[in-house]
Every structure is written in structure tokens, then in C-alpha cells.
Design a protein around this ligand. Structure first.
Ligand code: PLP
Length: 349
């Protein structure tokens, strides 16, 4: 990794490498004046919960947490009894980047299927819904999809609705890992619910950290029965913030005046600009549809190290030198042009 970000510059490692949006910092500072009851018994949490209900429906039940992994693991924990399982695509964050937390913390076995560009197809889900009622087999209970996917693609509303219909027809629940739901909704020109809960998602991990927050996520249940006892699960899973108002203040800033949309739209536009700039460079192949704020591309192997000396980014698949370039709310056109110029220079050399 280069040290470009330590010099105050921006890299392309992740959208959580970005700083905190000034409006969010201001909201945190404003919430800091005076005292307030802890654990969510404060007016910021009440307002944030109301704003989230405006987004996801007045009947939704909403719980703030610190981390995205925790939001996912807690969502599964709420859905599953000890013998029940979650179905997800093999590239899901749940499966590859949560260090086994769904199994270790939620006690939920993951049943995985290969996907296409990070998406889970209906047939793949159906192939995993087997041995229902067989006491020797783990019982599928929830299907988890990510919006956007780990490979930067976006499920269309029709795709999510079709999965929801299928999942519900089998008596299962649908969870969505919405760590980047803002980017998906911005890409689809829809409301947050229009890319998630309005399409049949029962429980949503709604992420803010990757879109300008300091660190706050929400678990949103549209199926209120699922949320029964969730306050205890959240506490047991170490996610009940004593100074909850600072999580809540972040969400207030994000949701008011659709700040979430302008930040996510900007990140998406920067990714489109970068894709257009490097797509024609001989030796560079964009490997996944660029639909939100991530670009996946293969580069000639020898060009990866020199680029890493100048910019932070992840090598996604070393075997084929596929890299991930992630744009954030604060990525600038100059950042893109600088990276694209370096790619042209290094790959062309
Ligand atoms: C799709 C997705 N879900 C969940 C997470 C988990 O977030 P956290 O790192 O806050 O636990 C991430 C983080 O990279 C992610 O990319």
C-alpha cells in the first residue's frame, strides 16, 4: 500500500477510507452540547428513528448500531433459530469478509452459491432450499443479498422483487446487506426503500459509514415480528451504544435534505468518469459492469506494484491481477484524472 492517504490525499482503497462529511461532523458537535440520557433515550435517536421510518415505512422498527458486520450478523441472528441457515452468494461480504462472524456470533450456517457479477440468481437459491423438514439437515431460513453487491453491481428493482417473491413463496425471509444502499438507490434514481424494503426486503442492514458518516449503521425491520427482542440481541452482541445520540446525529445529517443521495450520486459519477478514462487503455479490462461507485479491472501484472506506490487500492484477485478501485463521496475529478493519467503512463510503459 502507498502512503498517499497519509499525506492528506485521496486513494481508491474503499469508500470507508474517506473522511467524514462536514455536515456530519457538525451534527456530532451540535449533539455534544449538554447532557442526554444514554442508550438511545434521547431526542436525537428519536428523530433519527423517525427519519428512518420516513424512508422505510412508518411500521418499520429501527435499531442503530456501530458496524456493518454487526448489522449483518445481528440481522441473521434475529431471523434464525440455532438449526437454521442463511443463503447468500459466495462473494458476499457475509461469507468472505466477516471472519466467520455469522457462524461464530450468530451461530448461523451460510449456504453459498456461485453468482454472476456478485448477484444471486433465483435458480441458485432454489437449489439450496432442500431437505426442508429433514431433521438431519440445516434448515434454510433467510436469503441475504447485497445492494450494491460486493462486485459493484446493482440489483434492479425487478430483480429484488423477484427474489423476494421466490423467498417468501418458500416461507423464508429476505435480508439485504445495504452497506452501500445509498449508492444503489442513487444509481437507480429511486428512494432508499425503492431499492430495498419496498421490494419485499424483511430486514435491512442500512449503511452510512461508506457514505460520509463517521461510523453508524441501522438495522431496519419491515416485518415487525422479526424485531421482537432485538434490543436484547443488540445488547448481547455488544452493539448498544451508550452515547447513542452521536450515532443518531450522523443519520439525521445524512437523511435530512437527501444528503445521502448527493454524496452517493457523486461517488457513482466519479466511478463512471474513471471507467470511461481507463476503459480504452490497452491492457486494461474492466471486468464487471460499472453501476455504482466501484470499478473492477484487470491490469498487466507488472503495472500493479508501480501504481500501488502512488495510490491506495485493493488487489481483489491476485491470480488474474484484478484490482478494485473505489470512489467515495469526496473523490474529486482531479483525483480521477491523476489516477487515469498514472494508469495510462504505467500500463502504456
Ligand atoms: C458489502 C459490505 N457489507 C458489510 C460491510 C461491513 O462493514 P464493517 O466493516 O463496518 O463491519 C462491508 C465493509 O466493507 C461491506 O463492503
Amino acid at each position: 500500500m502507498s502512503t498517499s492517504t497519509s499525506a492528506g490525499l485521496r486513494g481508491f482503497a474503499s469508500d470507508n477510507a474517506a473522511g467524514v462529511h462536514p455536515a456530519v461532523l457538525e451534527a456530532i458537535a451540535a449533539a455534544s452540547a449538554g447532557h442526554a440520557f444514554g442508550y438511545g433515550h434521547d431526542r436525537w435517536t428519536e428523530r433519527a428513528e423517525n427519519l428512518l421510518k420516513e424512508q422505510f415505512g412508518s411500521g418499520a422498527r429501527v435499531y442503530l448500531v456501530w458496524g456493518g458486520t454487526a448489522a449483518n450478523v445481528l440481522s441473521l441472528r434475529a431471523c434464525c433459530r440455532p438449526w437454521e441457515a442463511a443463503i447468500c452468494v459466495d462473494s458476499a461480504h457475509l461469507n468472505v469478509d466477516e471472519a466467520g462472524a455469522p457462524e461464530a456470533i450468530a451461530g448461523v450456517k451460510l449456504l453459498t452459491a456461485a453468482g454472476q457479477d456478485g448477484k444471486l440468481a433465483g435458480e441458485a437459491i432454489e437449489r439450496l432450499i432442500v431437505r426442508v423438514g429433514d431433521e438431519h439437515a440445516v434448515q434454510p431460513r433467510v436469503v441475504s443479498i447485497s445492494q450494491t453487491t460486493e462486485l459493484g453491481t446493482v440489483y434492479s428493482p425487478d430483480e429484488v422483487a423477484a427474489i423476494a417473491e421466490l423467498v417468501h413463496a418458500h416461507g423464508l425471509m429476505l435480508h439485504m446487506d445495504g452497506a452501500r444502499l445509498c449508492n444503489a438507490a442513487a444509481a437507480l434514481h429511486t428512494a432508499l426503500a425503492g431499492a430495498s424494503t419496498a421490494l419485499g426486503v424483511d430486514v435491512l442492514s442500512f449503511g452510512g459509514t461508506k457514505n460520509g458518516l463517521l461510523g453508524a449503521e441501522a438495522v431496519v425491520f419491515t416485518e415487525p415480528g422479526l424485531a421482537d427482542g432485538f434490543e436484547y440481541l443488540r445488547k448481547q452482541s455488544l452493539q448498544l451504544a451508550s452515547k447513542m445520540r452521536f450515532l443518531a446525529a450522523q443519520f439525521e445529517a445524512l437523511l435530512e435534505d437527501e444528503l445521502w443521495r448527493s454524496l452517493a450520486e457523486h461517488a457513482n459519477q466519479m466511478a463512471a468518469r474513471l471507467a470511461a478514462a481507463i476503459d480504452q487503455v490497452p491492457g486494461v479490462t474492466i471486468t464487471r459492469p460499472v453501476q455504482a461507485n466501484a470499478i473492477f479491472a484487470t491490469l498487466p501484472e507488472q503495472s500493479v506494484a508501480p501504481l500501488l506506490e502512488q495510490f491506495d487500492f485493493y488487489v481483489w484477485d491476485e491470480r488474474r491481477s484484478e484490482v478494485r478501485l473505489m470512489c467515495a463521496w469526496d473523490t474529486t475529478a482531479e483525483d480521477i484524472d491523476r489516477l487515469a493519467g498514472a494508469v495510462r503512463a504505467v500500463v502504456g510503459a
